[in-house]
Design a protein around this ligand. Sequence first.
Ligand SMILES: Nc1ncnc2c1ncn2[C@@H]1O[C@H](COP(=O)(O)OP(=O)(O)OP(=O)(O)O)[C@@H](O)[C@H]1O
Ligand SMILES: [Mg+2]
Length: 240
Amino acid sequence: MTENAITLRHLVKKFGDQTVLKDVNLKIQTGKIVGLIGPSGAGKTTIIKSMLGMEKADDGEALVFGEKMPNRQLLSKIGYMAQADALYTDLTGKENLQFFAKMKGISPKKIPAEIERQAKIVDLTAALDKRVSGYSGGMMRRLSLAIALLGQPELLILDEPTVGIDPALRRQVWQELARIGQEDRAVLVTTHVMDEAELTDEVALILDGKIMAFDTPANLKKEYQVKTIEDVFLKAEGEL
Ligand SMILES: Nc1ncnc2c1ncn2[C@@H]1O[C@H](COP(=O)(O)OP(=O)(O)OP(=O)(O)O)[C@@H](O)[C@H]1O
Ligand SMILES: [Mg+2]
């Protein structure tokens, strides 16, 4: 059954005298992978942080599964991958996963299998016993993604999950996201990679503090009379 995973209503966020989010409205249903795209500094991360309650919105509201955010109980249903990795670098990859699995309330019996499963998806199995301080940038992103996937949450919010991830693994990650969508879970993912935006069910384009367009990649291309999402982006920005 589809339901609204995320509802944003008239979200407004200011930093000092800069109004970053002017009036953001967005509905994301379960079973959908939604790409949030827009130029650097457009407010993608701010939408996510305001929605999760990490930044206090100045106006409007964010609902997750119909409940007003922030809501601690709902956090266990959300897998969040921040744009900046927040990892314990003195611990190994596995220890990080164990820590976050416990935090998420995954039952101790299920933790080893769950770690194995998610580590495999991000191709980190061989590096699990290595300290994170010795990880490359891409390995840290992959570990953060594995942490977000832990416990198979109903809603995934991924802020640039594939930065620093090579093409083969990127494809594997998107296959996993597609599978998650088929399970009737929801994914909100920001990206600057327009080839990835083509793989989503719906694309939300943020410009000037508002969602300027929200539709399937095919409909957006038709509406903007272009052949790629990259060109939709450029045309909306006035660069084409
Ligand atoms: N804590 C903060 N204090 C002041 N300004 C902020 C803060 N966080 C974000 N901003 C500003 O808000 C705007 C939107 O930033 P945000 O990080 O949401 O953009 P973004 O779309 O995620 O960009 P990117 O694609 O580069 O990640 C920027 O102008 C940024 O400078
Ligand atoms: Mg950002």
